[in-house]
Design a protein around this ligand. Structure first.
Ligand code: 5AD
Length: 433
């Protein structure tokens, strides 16, 4: 199984290359030493990740060629939008028609969409978002692998099951060798081109050690590496960028500073935003977003969250539902309904038509077995598979009963591929020029 289609280098301008995929041209940044016109490469997130031999590329491409255009057609058919002749509310049709033409909606209109209450209304909103996703991103769906390297955490986020509130949790920290082995398996055995390394805020690993892990993975297992270790400081971000990481996954959780402080004792939104902004300045790709369903969070807050993610130059939005964990102060708070989450994905797609990918989070998948399919049909175009060694997965318990917790990697890949195929999506990550 591969998560990217090999492309052929057509043009090289300084560190930018133009890559051809079945006649479609894409742009990517190249940091590999030896790249020539005519070479075949894999690219992810706008970066050239690795070079592959012409014979290997051609055999993979011959398999893809049959399905590539077929999948695009299925997607096009499933994402068709017809608002006319619909007996839905006139205001709703007017707003969605405007959105479908990629015209900017007013704040009032966006709040109106977030506040929709009837099922028929949501469905039209989701369809409009899916139409915009297809129009701007075609059928590509990017699939990252995530390795949860440690569940130690010094923070007390009130909702989080690996925070210091959870006294009953068995804590683990993968050794360097275990991390390298997990990365090797993901890249060499399962073909992942992009990995996220995640942990709680764990002082047990120094920044230098984390940088060394990143460097060793980059050297041995070519991939686009994202880090998600919490607030490691601007200098820490710099060191790890130098070591080869090119993405930062860090949610700001909520854009409301007061709510932020209530929910994250001893932390500030400001500090989080400094990390995100500096990381972007350094060249990191930014994956960010927030939690949906925090106590006291309003529709206005959620809308501000989407705008903040955009302002932070998110290349991928990560918005997921809060799910209560029994050993945290928020144990008694109800999670949001899944439709509330799809609404956020759909409105995010309307606000950001073509810049950001939108992730179906594992938390959303945890709410219902159909959530991945429905999320991908509401504007989302990205998934994350868990490639943490199975023995450790139950202990990365940010919330209970996480989806895919006990599924091995092959099982997750099989179900992902069949889901994507049924929707006409290709597990690729192709950046437009
Ligand atoms: N429900 C949903 N998401 C959670 N996270 C932490 N705890 C929970 C929970 N109870 C999310 C946070 C964090 C990410 C790693 O996990 O948003 O950014």
């Amino acid at each position: 199984m591969c998560y990217a289609i090999p492309g052929k280098i057509e043009k090289i301008e300084n560190n930018t290359v133009i890559v051809d995929y079945f006649g479609e041209k894409r742009k990517a940044l190249n940091e590999l030493a030896e790249i020539n016109i005519g070479d075949y490469i894999y690219a992810q997130g706008g970066f050239v990740v690795s070079k592959i031999s012409a014979s290997e590329a051609q055999s993979i491409l011959s398999v893809w060629k049959e399905t590539f255009f077929e999948l695009q057609e299925v997607d096009l058919r499933l994402s068709r939008l017809s608002l006319s002749g619909n007996d839905a509310d006139k205001r709703l049709l007017g707003v969605l028609d405007k959105a479908s033409q990629s015209r900017q909606l007013s704040r009032d209109e966006l709040l109106y969409l977030l506040g929709l209450k009837d099922k028929k209304g949501f469905e039209l909103l989701f369809k409009t978002a899916n139409f915009l996703r297809q129009k701007n991103f075609k059928n590509s769906c990017c699939v990252h692998g995530i390795i949860e390297i440690s569940n130690h955490c010094r923070q007390g986020c009130q909702y989080c099951g690996i925070s210091y509130h959870n006294k009953d949790l068995r804590r683990y920290r993968l050794t360097k060798d275990e991390i390298l082995e997990a990365a090797r398996e993901a890249v060499e055995v399962y073909g992942f081109k992009s990995l996220v390394l995640q942990s709680g805020e764990d002082p047990g690993y120094s920044v230098d050690e984390l940088a060394d892990i990143v460097k060793r993975i980059k050297e041995k297992f070519p991939s686009l590496l994202f880090i998600s270790f919490g607030e490691i400081g601007v200098e820490g971000l710099e060191k790890i960028y130098q070591a080869g990481a090119r993405g930062l996954l860090m949610r700001f959780e909520t854009s409301n500073p007061k709510l932020y402080q209530q929910v994250h004792p001893g932390m500030t939104l400001e500090s989080r935003l400094v990390h995100l902004r500096k990381a972007h300045d350094m060249g990191y790709l930014i994956l960010t977003g927030g939690l949906i369903g925090l106590p006291g969070q309003s529709k206005e807050d959620i809308l501000d969250d989407i705008f903040l993610a955009k302002e932070l130059h998110a290349e991928m939005f990560s918005f997921g539902p809060f799910i209560p964990h029994p050993n945290t102060p928020f144990s008694g708070i109800k999670p949001p309904q899944e439709d509330e989450v799809f609404k956020v994905l759909a409105v995010a797609r309307i606000i950001d038509n073509h810049q950001a990918k939108i992730l179906v989070t594992t938390a959303l998948e945890t709410l219902s077995p159909d959530a991945a399919r429905n999320g991908l049909s509401s504007g989302a175009n990205s998934l994350m598979l868990n490639v943490t060694p199975l023995d450790y997965r139950p202990f990365y318990s940010i919330y209970p009963q996480r989806a895919h917790q006990s599924e091995d990697i092959s099982t997750q890949i099989e179900s992902t591929v069949s889901l994507l195929r049924s929707l006409g999506r290709a597990p690729t990550d192709l950046e437009g020029i």
